[in-house]
Design a protein around this ligand. Structure first.
Ligand SMILES: C[S@@+](CC[C@H](N)C(=O)[O-])C[C@H]1O[C@@H](n2cnc3c(N)ncnc32)[C@H](O)[C@@H]1O
Length: 228
């Protein structure tokens, strides 16, 4: 959660790293090492904080009755996975996809405590085998770092993974387009704009989460009940 500074005229929410992240069980150090080692793939400096995790799992919290099949893509050190494991019940299914092998032992530990059927897949989502379909897909992929062809491949794959009427939740960091315009060359700015266009044409409702480092926009896309 962020800290509210009360002395200023307007309350200012100062994003903070969730203190429970800095513990042996939630390996912030591992995340930082991989963020430095593979910045384009990891795409963040710290794991998602509690407020962002809450926004990402909202469709699971809102479920009515029937069992859910949930896919988490880009799990990292597992802040979203932990919350999903807490919320999902006997009869539900959780598949967790993460392409960086360094994160897999942590993720296996997290899903070991699940009441639902849970499996970790150490691969890129583009290569995820099987014809399973999901009611909820939570994506933490840093798509705005990817080449345009990579984003198309991921979005095509995600489209094929939805159950009719399913929900996709994804996020991006606020101000990333403006930041790139300031520091990147024209080719990189054009790539970023095209990726953003591919994401925008898919529509969805947006919710800003200020109490995260950095603040993020969570986008929620509902697939049509018949087909996607
Ligand atoms: C921004 S981090 C998010 C980590 C975590 N879910 C969180 O919210 O803190 C993105 C994660 O996606 C993973 N990733 C990137 N490309 C991927 C792909 N094509 N398939 C699966 N995972 C991918 C990275 O290794 C990284 O762990």
């Amino acid at each position: 959660m962020g800290v509210v500074a009360r002395r200023s005229r307007w309350p200012v929410v100062v994003p903070s790293v969730d203190p429970v992240m800095i513990s042996a069980r939630r390996p912030l150090g591992l995340f930082l090492r991989r963020a430095l080692g593979a910045p384009g793939t990891v795409g963040a400096v710290v794991p998602s904080g509690r407020a962002l995790v809450g926004a990402l799992v909202a469709p699971v919290l809102e479920r009515v009755g029937r069992p859910l099949a949930v896919l988490e893509v880009g799990a990292g050190t597992g802040p979203v996975t932990r919350r999903l494991v807490q919320e999902l019940r006997v009869g539900d299914r959780l598949d967790v996809v993460e392409c960086d092998p360094a994160f897999l032992p942590v993720l296996h530990d997290v899903v070991a405590g699940a009441r639902c059927t849970a499996q970790v897949h150490g691969c890129r989502v583009e290569d995820l085998p099987g014809g399973r379909r999901y009611d909820v897909v939570v994506s933490a992929l840093p798509l705005t770092n990817f080449p345009v062809t990579g984003v198309r491949a991921v979005l095509d794959r995600l489209d094929a993974l939805f159950a009719p009427g399913g929900t996709l939740v994804r996020f991006g960091y606020l101000g990333s387009t403006a930041a790139r315009v300031l520091v990147a060359g024209p080719g990189e700015v054009a790539r970023h704009r095209e990726v953003q266009r591919l994401l925008d044409v898919r529509g969805g409702s947006r919710r800003r989460v200020w109490a995260n480092l950095p603040p993020a926009a969570v986008v929620r896309v509902q697939a049509p009940a018949g087909s996607w």
